[in-house]
Design a binder for this molecule. Structure first.
Ligand code: SF4
Length: 358
C-alpha cells in the first residue's frame, strides 16, 4: 500500500514538472529576473485577486516604484491612491509596513531565508514560501487555493482545507512532494495547473497531465473537492454618506480602525442597521450633531459585495449651514475639483465619476 502511495506521489511530481517544462506557457513579468522585491509585490497584489485584475496594478506599481527603496520612501496617500479599486486595503497598509521594515531592519534587501522572511509583518507562510522558492530556490512548498484544489482532487482528500488538521496535512503533503533542487519550478507548476487546468468549476481533466492517476477524476468527485468546513456568512451593512457642502468645499475624513477601507477617505458616514427612511436617518444621533434643518437630498445609491459583507450605500447632499467646528476634528474640507486627488474606496470613486465629475 505504502509503495502504491509512493508511486502515486512520484508520478504526481514527475508529471507536473514534465508538464511545466513542455506544455505550461503561463508566464508573468515578475518571474523574469527572480528579484525578491518583484515577487513579493506580485504576491501581495494577487492575494484574493484574479490575475487579470491584479496585473495592471502590478505594472503600475513597478513603473512608479521600481525598487523597494522608492516604495518605502513614498507617501502613504500616494500609495493608497495607486492601490485604489483593488480592495482589501489592509494589504496596502502591510505593503508599506513591510517595505519600511525591510529598509529599516535589513538594509533594503529581503532576508534570504524562510524564517527571516516569515518574521516580517505582512508576510505569512504562503508569501514567505513563495519568495524563498521563487527567488532563492529554497525547498519550501507554497500552499494556496490552487494547490489545495489540485492535491485534494488528485489524492481524493476529503479533509476540510480550512480546518487546523486539514491545513497541517496539506502543508505536510505539499512539502513531501517537493523535488530536491526544483522547488521553484514545482511550485510554479502546481499553481499554474490549478489556475489553468484544474480550475474550480470545470476542470479540464482531458488535458491534465495527472489525469491517469487522479482519484477525483476516477471517482467522479471533482466538483465535490476540495471540502471546506464553513461557509462564510455574508453580513449586510447600510452606509449613508452625507456630502456636506459648504463654500464649494466638501467635508472628508480618513477611515481609521480595523474596519474595511482602512486609510481611505470618505464623506460623513452614518451607518444604520437597515435601509432606513430619510426621516429615520434624521433621527440618528449623528444627524442631530450636525444641527441641520433641511432634509438631505438623495443623489445616488449602489451596492458592493465584498468577500463577507454586502454594503448598500446611499449618497445624500447636504448644503451644510452649520458651524464647521461641530464636525469631528480629524476631518477636513476639500474643494470639489481636487476630490479626485484623494484615495477613496471603489464605491465612492464610482459615485464621484457618475454624479460629481460626469
Ligand atoms: S485530472 Fe482533473 S481533477 Fe484531477 S488533477 Fe487533473 S484536472 Fe484536476
Amino acid at each position: 500500500m505504502a509503495e502504491k502511495n509512493n508511486a502515486k506521489q512520484r508520478y504526481f511530481t514527475e508529471e507536473l514538472l514534465r508538464w511545466h517544462e513542455q506544455e505550461n506557457d503561463r508566464s508573468f513579468p515578475w518571474q523574469e529576473d527572480r528579484e525578491p522585491y518583484k515577487i513579493w509585490l506580485s504576491e501581495i497584489i494577487m492575494q484574493q485577486t484574479r490575475v487579470a485584475q491584479g496585473l495592471p496594478y502590478y505594472l503600475r506599481f513597478i513603473e512608479k516604484y521600481p525598487t523597494l527603496q522608492l516604495l518605502a520612501d513614498a507617501a502613504d496617500d500616494e500609495v493608497f491612491r495607486l492601490w485604489q479599486g483593488l480592495g482589501y486595503y489592509n494589504r496596502c497598509r502591510n505593503l508599506l509596513d513591510t517595505a519600511r521594515a525591510v529598509r529599516a531592519l535589513h538594509g533594503g534587501s529581503f532576508p534570504k531565508n524562510y524564517d527571516g522572511l516569515r518574521s516580517l509583518k505582512g508576510i505569512g507562510d504562503y508569501t514567505a514560501a513563495a519568495i524563498a522558492s521563487f527567488a532563492y530556490d529554497l525547498p519550501h512548498a507554497v500552499v494556496d487555493g490552487n494547490v489545495y484544489r489540485v492535491l485534494a482532487r488528485y489524492f481524493g482528500l476529503e479533509l476540510a482545507t480550512d480546518s487546523h488538521e486539514g491545513k497541517k496535512y496539506f502543508q505536510t503533503l505539499a512539502s513531501s512532494l517537493l523535488p530536491a533542487n526544483h522547488s521553484a519550478a514545482y511550485n510554479q507548476a502546481i499553481m499554474d495547473l490549478g489556475a489553468t487546468v484544474c480550475t474550480p468549476k470545470s476542470p479540464d481533466c482531458a488535458a491534465c497531465p495527472l489525469s491517469k492517476r487522479c482519484t477525483a477524476r476516477k471517482e467522479g468527485t471533482t466538483t465535490l473537492l476540495p471540502v471546506k468546513q464553513k461557509k462564510m456568512a455574508v453580513k449586510s451593512r447600510h452606509f449613508n454618506y452625507l456630502l456636506l457642502m459648504n463654500r464649494e468645499e466638501y467635508w472628508v475624513v480618513k477611515r481609521k480602525g480595523k474596519d474595511i477601507w482602512q486609510n481611505l477617505h470618505e464623506f460623513f458616514l452614518i451607518e444604520t442597521p437597515d435601509s432606513c427612511t430619510v426621516q429615520a436617518l434624521m433621527e440618528t444621533e449623528e444627524w442631530k450633531v450636525l444641527q441641520q434643518g433641511k432634509a438631505p437630498k438623495l443623489l445616488w445609491q449602489t451596492q458592493q459585495r465584498l468577500t463577507h459583507q454586502m454594503i448598500e450605500t446611499r449618497f445624500f447632499l447636504v448644503a451644510y449651514a452649520g458651524d464647521r467646528g461641530l464636525l469631528p476634528a480629524d476631518g477636513f474640507w476639500v474643494p470639489g475639483k481636487v476630490l479626485n486627488k484623494l484615495a477613496f474606496p471603489r464605491t465612492i470613486v464610482s459615485f464621484l465619476e457618475k454624479k460629481i465629475y460626469f
